[in-house]
Design a protein around this ligand. Structure first.
Ligand code: ADP
Ligand code: MG
Length: 729
């Protein structure tokens, strides 16, 4: 029997360490060199065109037709200088990855000649045949038309001779079919609501935008070993594999010295990222062996989301150049940590203030407390929706598995902020309600200790933690498009701030002084949202019980969690802020459910195939060897010695038989369960059936396969083992 595992292992032994060529000594020399950024625009555009694009970027003003032709022609000139031959609209369809369809600049003219052409029309809009992208029923296949439209707020960039133009993707009927459209709309809603509230503090604030700083975790695996594991190739995770005697117990990988093959990969990743303007800054080894993390400096959310999508692409292509494959799955290996993507979220103003920074003056602190109270209230009132925003089949395996936050959403604010909030809660309400105050008095906001800036008291177990000047949303899956948790946070915040403003206005109408009213409502939110705050260990069983007493949701699986998207409350929320229509929300719900079902279905099929074609034949083969051996012993030994000496072989033969029969049995039952599930027509019910029935066989099948891995002769085992996959030679 050919054993690909050994061929693969041999290959990993003589991998050269690739040397990385830097375009220049300093990253600042080539940073953004492959992007059509502001300084390139300034160089290539007339002043009028430049101003037009900048207005569109900063103020969302529509770009004049005349200008788009100029921009297209400038983009073409700039790109052709860099050897570009093709262009594509680059978008984020609901598959979760990015999509592109390349068209050449080349255009034939008379006499068999051709010219390079790229006009305004092709820049601003394309009409890709969209029939194979998920639409959740918004668009039937006969009405396949979808449009991509240029998003001038995100700079065009070059990858491998192709000019990529960031776009939104909508159906013929104008419904969004991507992640970017609701993200941009949620940013607009947040801007409006937050500016209205900020003006209560500072009249100069007329723009508020969310920031995102993501931290991306991933695994690397040698590409030869990857190729010898059909489960990794097809599902991105291992469906079988006995744990390695040593994996992460010693915590010796975390922040450890980076292996030279990996370092070379990271260096090239950084060069490529920097060329594309992704401000990658941090790199380190993570907790699990062969697990790593990278993080850029935070950026405005739309750009950061694009950059994260691009980074995931770069991880993939760069890894291959270094004979690695990157695993972005949330749980590629059982028994060791999975991968997440922390989303650090904050809000900035045109005046250069971070609204999540406690200030030095009482006024700044009042603003900070007000924003904080609104965030707490927003998350409190929408915790299930926040949970739903990170739901996926892969993430279900990570959340609540003692390595990542649980499926219960809670907010950690730290000791000092808690003390401040408690103090505010207990402050007397003065003469608030008797309308007698003549002067608009200053509110005595308790001072927030400076020590906060040290950022020291951290709680790594909280899904949503305040870390000094930002919230860190830690429940996001490593493969997720960050736009989704971002547009949910932006929208619930926009909604909350709108409510805050109108509550304050109502009190003012009733004769209460503005500051008093502002304080009163913030204080009320602090009280009302208390249940969402939790400072203890979120991984503990006690928290699960406590959270249930508090009435917080604990939606452990994707089908359960997704329901929060399509409640009347959520639909109205999205409609109120013009982020998504009911149709769009429902379409997304349908797509997510279907994706969940398909993921579990594929995993189940891979498991069945591997068990039947790889594991069982190997086990039988080895068992036959043992049988031969026992027969031989019987021939050479007298019967008394045979009974005594063959016990081990005979027991192993029986054990193997038992595992074989259990595996066969469970695989058959799993296939039957699939057949039952596949007959169901309701999308939710199919997903639920896959979760409750089909998936329930996974652990049993795996248990017996992993036992066989320990019994069968190592030389015969066909699949690279955990101890091989998790360590680089
Ligand atoms: P950790 O210690 O949790 O790994 P880091 O200090 O490395 O955190 O920062 C993680 C991410 O948070 C980085 O992308 C960083 O740019 C980002 N970040 C820092 N400040 C802010 C902020 N005000 N808003 C959003 N993201 C921020
Ligand atoms: Mg972090």
């Amino acid at each position: 029997m050919a054993n690909f595992r050994f061929t693969a292992l041999k290959k990993t032994l003589d991998r050269p360490v690739k040397t990385v060529s830097y375009p220049s000594d300093k990253a600042s020399d080539y940073f953004g060199s492959m992007t059509f950024n502001r300084s390139v625009m300034k160089e290539f555009l007339t002043e009028e065109a430049y101003e037009g694009v900048i207005r569109a970027m900063d103020k969302s003003v529509r770009i004049d037709r005349k200008i788009t032709d100029q921009v297209a022609s400038a983009m073409k000139a700039w790109a052709m200088n860099k050897g570009v031959t093709h262009y594509t609209h680059w978008f984020h369809p609901l598959t979760g990855s990015t999509a592109e369809k390349h068209d050449a600049f080349i255009s034939p003219i008379e006499k068999g000649k051709a010219i390079e052409e790229f006009q305004g029309n092709s820049l601003i809009q394309q009409e890709p045949d969209a029939s194979s992208f998920p639409s959740g029923g918004i668009r039937s296949t006969f009405e396949a038309r979808g449009y991509t439209a240029w998003d001038p707020t995100s700079p065009a960039f070059i990858i491998e001779n192709t000019l990529c133009i960031p776009t939104i993707f909508v159906s013929y009927t104008g419904d969004s079919l991507d992640y970017k459209t609701p993200l941009l709309k949620s940013m607009r809603a947040l801007d409006k609501a937050a500016v209205d509230v900020c003006k209560l503090f500072d009249k100069n604030i007329d723009k508020v935008y969310p920031n995102l700083g993501w931290e991306q975790e991933y695994f690397l695996v040698d590409s030869a070993l990857f190729a010898a594991r059909p489960d990794l190739v097809l599902t991105g995770k291992t469906v079988f594999g006995h744990s390695s005697a040593k994996d992460q117990q010693l915590s010796d990988h975390y922040f450890g010295t980076i292996h030279n093959r990996v370092l070379a990969f990271m260096q090239e990743l950084e060069v490529e990222s920097h060329k594309l303007g992704i401000p990658l800054k941090t790199r380190h080894n993570e907790v699990a062996p062969n697990q790593f993390e990278c993080a850029p400096v935070f950026e405005e959310a739309n750009i950061a989301v694009d950059h994260n999508q691009l980074l995931m692409h770069l991880l993939d292509v760069t890894a291959r150049k270094h004979n690695f494959n990157v695993l972005l799955h949330e749980k590629p290996y059982a028994g060791v940590n999975g991968s997440g993507k922390h989303n650090n979220w904050s809000m900035s103003t045109n005046t250069g203030i971070n609204l999540l920074s406690p200030g030095k003056t009482p006024g700044d602190n009042f603003r900070f407390i007000t924003i904080l109270a609104n965030i707490l209230k927003a998350v409190h009132d929408n915790e299930e929706l926040v949970r739903a925003s990170v739901a996926s089949a892969g993430n279900d395996l990570r959340l609540g598995a003692n390595e990542a936050p649980p499926a219960i959403i809670s907010v950690f604010v730290g000791e000092q902020v808690t003390a401040t909030l408690d103090e505010i809660e207990n402050m007397p309400e003065r003469s608030m309600m008797n309308h007698k105050i003549e002067k608009d008095v200053d509110i005595d906001i308790p001072k927030i200790p400076e020590i906060l800036f040290d950022n020291t008291d951290r709680n790594r177990t909280s899904p949503f933690a305040f870390t000094g000047n930002k919230f860190e949303f830690r429940a996001v899956g490593s493969s997720a498009n960050t736009a989704k948790p971002m547009f949910v946070l932006n929208t619930i915040m926009a909604d909350q701030l709108t409510k805050y403003k109108s509550e304050v206005e109502k009190l003012v109408e009733d004769g209460i002084k503005k500051k008093e009213a502002m304080f009163f409502v913030a204080k009320k939110y602090i009280k009302e949202s208390k249940n969402i705050r939790f400072e203890g260990n979120s991984y503990s069983g006690e928290w699960e019980e406590e959270a249930s007493r508090r009435g917080l949701s604990n939606n452990r699986s994707t089908p359960e969690a997704l329901g929060a998207f399509v409640t009347e409350k959520s639909i109205q929320l999205f409609e109120r802020h013009n982020v998504m229509s009911k149709t769009e929300v429902q379409a997304r719900y349908a797509i997510k459910l279907e994706k969940y079902t398909k993921k579990i279905q594929i995993e189940s099929r891979v498991m069945g195939d591997l068990a039947t074609n790889h594991i069982l034949p190997t086990a039988i083969h080895y068992q036959n060897r043992l049988i031969e051996n026992a027969k031989g012993l019987k021939e050479v030994l007298d019967s008394k010695s045979f009974v005594k000496l063959s016990k081990n072989q005979l027991n192993t033969i029986k054990e193997i038989s038992n595992h074989i029969s259990e595996i066969k049995d469970y695989v058959e039952k799993m296939i039957e369960a699939r057949k039952v599930a596949n007959k169901i027509t309701d999308r939710f019910e199919v997903a639920r059936e896959y979760k409750d029935s089909v998936k329930s066989y996974f652990d049993n099948i795996r248990y017996h396969v992993d036992k066989l891995e320990m019994l069968v002769d190592d030389e015969m085992w066909p699949l690279p083992k955990y101890r091989e996959l998790l360590f680089i030679k």
